[in-house]
Design a protein around this ligand. Sequence first.
Ligand code: MG
Length: 387
Amino acid sequence: MENQAAGDVAALITAAGRGVRAGGTVPKQYRPLAGAAMLRHTVRRFLDHPRIDRVRVVFQPDDRPHYDAAVGDLALDPPVAGGAERQESVLRGLEALADTPPALVLVHDAARPLVAAQTIDRVLDALSDHDAAIAAVPATDTLKRAGPGAVVAGTVDRAGIWRAQTPQGFRFATILAAHRDLRDRSLTDDAAVAEAAGIAVALVEGAEENMKVTTEADFDRAARLLDAGGEIRIGSGFDVHRFTAGGSVTLCGVEIPHDQSLAGHSDADVALHALTDALLGAIGEADIGAHFPPSDPRWRGAPSAVFLRHACGLIRDRGGRIVNADLTLICERPAIALHRDAMRTSVATLLEVEVDRIAVKATTTERLGFTGRGEGIAAQAVVSIEF
Ligand code: MG
């Protein structure tokens, strides 16, 4: 599921098309859509996905100014010059990736800016036991074949008919070889290249929202969907652990030498417990104690990263993305400031987000109350999740 080694999955975004709106001059993938170029929306879906390691765009070099304006500030690998036909463009993209070949590649149309993280996950999951897998939607409308004069010439049996979308995912070496062998054929998508090479292509569930933005009506619909942007949810968590005899405390997954330790069934990482509860709270789940009962011997001495990863997995399963997390540690000692950078990095790594989305703050209670008397450490956390 989520265990590919780092550097394993590349996304290739095809943006070399010349589709220009009637009377317009900007290829559609660079047109503004809900406050950003369409290409930017599309690229971010892959950049933000925790299972994608690198993202590369195939473009027309003439479009360089549009490209730079749209995505020049994002952490993309250098763009690849495309060809005259889509198939040639994808081959050039694959050849560019072949310098440091990924295990898997997802090919995706720039004109599908609404691809959901779950769709990407389903394609990647299917690649664990297939060489190729594509997102697709079963045909639900009755299909008619038109005859002369736009009169129905017949009804097509829709059983087993699917509409192919992207992403289309492949074992990299397999699709590169197929594209090289079939470069002179004119095939409409990468799955067709795989099919022509005799590779079985798995169908996984795409989504109606993952439409190819082509017409003006599509632009309007995509803008509405992107503006709606799902919803933001907030979660909060609070935890306390008391001091006990020992020589270090673990906070945010960082072990800090101290003249006492924190008591608890697990590693007593009060900060990660508060954060885990915040994540669980944002999705209406029961608290950390319900998921990981202190009575269960499996969690004795367990690193609290286990609890945090479980909560992250539940959020991802629901299609959520962690926007930011804000942690406050409340204690007189140890001094948190010395370790704050390490704590932020640790939390960012555990949550698989950029470090600037994580805050770790510390305060005292002016020697008042249990933290003021040095009896323990309290932590609170707030997170926001975007769906
Ligand atoms: Mg706790």
